[in-house]
Write a protein that binds this ligand. Sequence first.
Ligand SMILES: Nc1ncnc2c1ncn2[C@@H]1O[C@H](COP(=O)(O)OP(=O)(O)OP(=O)(O)O)[C@@H](O)[C@H]1O
Ligand SMILES: [Mg+2]
Length: 262
Amino acid sequence: MSKVQSAATSSETIADRTIVDLDDVHLRLDSGAGPVNILRGVNLHVGRGERVGVVGPSGSGKSTMMMVMAGLERPSGGRIRVAGQDLGALDEDGLARFRRDHVGIVFQAFHLVPTMTALENVAIPLEFAGVRDAFDRARAGLESVGLGHRIHHYPGQLSGGEQQRTALARAFVAEPSLLLADEPTGNLDIDTGATIVKLLFDLAERRGTTLVLITHDPALAARCDRTVRLADGRIADDGLGGGDLDGAALAARRERARLAGE
Ligand SMILES: Nc1ncnc2c1ncn2[C@@H]1O[C@H](COP(=O)(O)OP(=O)(O)OP(=O)(O)O)[C@@H](O)[C@H]1O
Ligand SMILES: [Mg+2]
């Protein structure tokens, strides 16, 4: 029985409180040099509203774990439930809808569309989702990351940090319940990085967004509720200190502390 199951009192509570549930997830890819076992039995539970930092050496599987959480890569074994959906039961259209409705993603390599301006990059996914004021919201999102003066620039005309902020605005503007970000401050100078971290956590706090942030930045990891460490395709440390608290219980504890402080 998983920690989440043992800590929660009913199945309804489990579903309510857990947004990410990876159960013995394996990913094996065939490369030219033979099969590679990239994820080797990952178990991870993240509570709603929790902020989790993911660390680990280069090549340990962090980006790959994010891909399977987002339904962008299908595991070769194990089970993935995110936002109440069993990703293994969804076809490609279902996975696209799942991402549109629940997940914001900031990729390590940004993946902005080079032929679209910053404004279009942020607005188009909203338009696809049928949002009427997509461009107004995109403009506000870009202003919130300090790019109000760059909205008509193409990615090739933006610096690395500006592209990163555009990718963040795009991930946040649809108000996802889960935000997955791969090195969100990796290309930013210290001041801009600090601004972006503040923005991320302020927005997450206001909207109850769950954050899963892959980072090598100790300052960013320190802002999270816990740090999960990957090594060689497995969770070497889930940041729960071997105690009884699971992610959901940690999120509840933080919420109680927040309410007590008001
Ligand atoms: N398509 C692929 N085919 C074969 N091996 C792959 C493929 N994609 C990734 N890998 C391997 O899987 C391992 C994990 O890669 P991943 O990108 O998840 O690492 P990471 O922890 O994000 O590293 P970094 O900190 O450098 O970004 C690496 O050893 C990588 O070489
Ligand atoms: Mg990576």
